[in-house]
Design a protein around this ligand. Structure first.
Ligand code: ATP
Length: 234
């Protein structure tokens, strides 16, 4: 579904991503794990068209997208939930969700999809007329995911969904991510919390200072000595 080929990304003189290649197949959860500054967010921002590569290609459903404007990339079915949530705090929960469906052409399906989001995140239904600013961190994360789901994505890009959340919310968010996969959405998941990410991922890639240093199934990486030492405190 997504093929990243020999991708390099620079910020001025700094090379954040160094000639990396990886792919995400339809129906998978693929995770990219790595320490702070390894380049995880840069990869997601490049896929979304927010940052342009200095070399390499990104192919989505057989089509190059690395020169496409972000709006078009979203229209092709890629949605990103950025790190730190970025919900519109002064808008209500309902208004935030409405923004997710703004660019959709299939207006007739929007009401049913909104109902699905409310079923998946009942707390959002209870709080739909409240300003997003009044939600807890975990609830804002759910709202950001709900808003991304309202774009009806084929590929969902999640940037550190567990960041700053209490353990009970982390469990809930990861359960929901698996549920979203079961319903047919492919997921590329960036996480510092390597353990939970690898537990739900079909495959993973380990990123170190802009390079992929290890790849395997979620199980293989969980069992690997290098991953145990570097990311799982074992
Ligand atoms: P974190 O988990 O801490 O967010 P990350 O793996 O997502 O880290 P990136 O945010 O992709 O890492 O950053 C990769 C590298 O690029 C880092 O060295 C970072 O300092 C640098 N970088 C990121 N954004 C910019 C920018 N806008 N300008 C200059 N350098 C940047």
């Amino acid at each position: 579904m997504l093929k990243v080929k020999n991708l390099s990304v620079h910020y001025g003189m700094i090379q954040a991503i160094k000639d990396i290649s990886f792919e995400v197949n339809e129906g998978e959860i693929v995770t990219l794990i790595g320490a702070n500054g390894a380049g995880k967010s840069t990869i997601l921002r490049t896929i979304s068209g927010l940052v342009r590569p200095s070399a390499g290609e990104i192919e989505y459903l057989g089509q190059p997208i690395h020169h496409m404007p972000t709006r078009k990339i979203v229209e092709q079915g890629i949605a990103q939930v950025p790190e730190g949530r970025h919900v519109f705090k002064e808008l209500t929960v309902q208004e935030n969700l409405d923004l997710g469906s703004f660019t959709r052409k299939d207006k007739q399906n929007i009401a049913a999809d909104l109902e699905h989001v409310f079923e998946r995140f009942p707390i959002l239904s209870e709080r739909k007329n409240q300003d997003a600013a009044t939600l807890s961190g975990g609830e804002q994360q759910m709202l950001a995911m709900g808003r991304a789901l309202m774009t009806k994505p084929k590929l969902l890009l999640l940037d550190e969904p567990s960041m700053g959340l209490a353990p009970i919310f982390i469990k809930e968010i990861f359960r929901i991510i698996q549920d979203i996969q079961k319903q047919g959405t492919t997921i590329l998941l960036i996480e510092q919390n390597a353990k939970v990410a690898l537990q739900i991922a079909n495959r993973g890639y380990v990123l170190e200072t802009g390079n992929i240093v290890l790849t395997g199934t979620g199980e293989e990486l969980l069992a690997s000595d290098e991953v145990q030492k570097a990311y799982l405190g074992g």
